[in-house]
Design a protein around this ligand. Structure first.
Ligand code: ATP
Length: 242
């Protein structure tokens, strides 16, 4: 499958100073997949995401997008190719309205017509009716769940070919987490390829095509989401089942 992968990491190592955060990890995401990267605090999940989006430099290994190395590209060049990250902690613009936040997501994207722009906005409002109701509200006054929806909506405005979601469920109430995961599944079923980083193993694995387990900078396990969900070691470490 790696020949046709949208994204492929080959033996990626990333250091912070002298600390090796990633010990040579390899993974791939095929077109249309929803792949989860599961790991405890400090395992290296965000470091991996930042390596893919270009915010962290590789010290060795390679990252391929559509079979072509992107390891030397600046973050904005990766965005142009369709690699769009929803960062941990959402990072919406608090002093801008919902609509202005969404417009920031397509900054630099060229629409073929005004109706193409409208289509993108309407699609986001269809997925997140709440955002449509609150288009004039300032981002900073929204709830955590609404801000997460806004962050995902903003990413969709860039028309991602690969959507990187870094812990979208973090800090949200169980009901809201359900809602966010349902929308992630919808976005994936509409054809968007997704790499998801999560600590919420149950939700993430049950909705994923495949998953990888990341432990202290190394991939220790890979499998179908449904298989990992019933794996004894995974259940013990990430689902609190002995
Ligand atoms: P979390 O869920 O807490 O974000 P994570 O799996 O995303 O965890 P990373 O944030 O990628 O983990 O961190 C991986 C390792 O690299 C950890 O040991 C962390 O302490 C270290 N690390 C992360 N950022 C830095 C930094 N800027 N400087 C030094 N060490 C760092």
């Amino acid at each position: 499958t790696s020949a046709t992968a949208v994204l492929e990491l080959r033996d990626v190592e990333i250091y912070y100073g002298r600390i090796r955060a990633l010990h040579g990890i390899s993974l791939h995401v095929a077109p249309g997949e929803l792949v989860t990267l599961l790991g405890a605090n400090g395992a290296g999940k965000s470091t991996t995401m930042r390596g893919i989006s270009g915010l962290n430099r590789l010290s060795s290994g390679d990252i391929l997008f559509d079979g072509e190395s992107i390891a030397g590209l600046a973050p904005h060049e990766r965005v142009k190719r369709g690699i769009i990250q929803v960062p941990e902690g959402r990072r919406i613009f608090p002093g801008m309205t919902v609509l202005e936040n969404l417009d920031m997501g397509c900054y630099g994207r060229r629409f073929s017509s005004k109706s193409a722009y409208r289509e993108s906005i309407d699609h986001v409002f269809e997925l997140f009716p709440r955002l449509g109701e609150r288009r004039k509200q300032f981002g900073g006054t929204m709830s955590g769940g609404e801000q997460q929806m806004l962050a995902i909506g903003r990413a969709l405005m860039a028309r991602p070919r690969l959507l990187l979601l870094d812990e979208p469920s973090m800090g949200l109430a169980p009901m809201v987490i359900q809602q966010i995961f349902r929308i992630i599944t919808t976005i994936n079923s509409e054809g968007t390829t997704i790499l998801l980083v999560e600590q919420n193993a149950q939700q993430a694995l049950s909705r994923s095509t495949r998953g990888y387990i990341l432990e202290t900078g190394s991939i220790t396990k890979e499998g179908a989401g449904a298989d990992l969900l019933v794996d004894d070691a995974v259940r013990e470490a990430y689902l609190g089942v002995a």
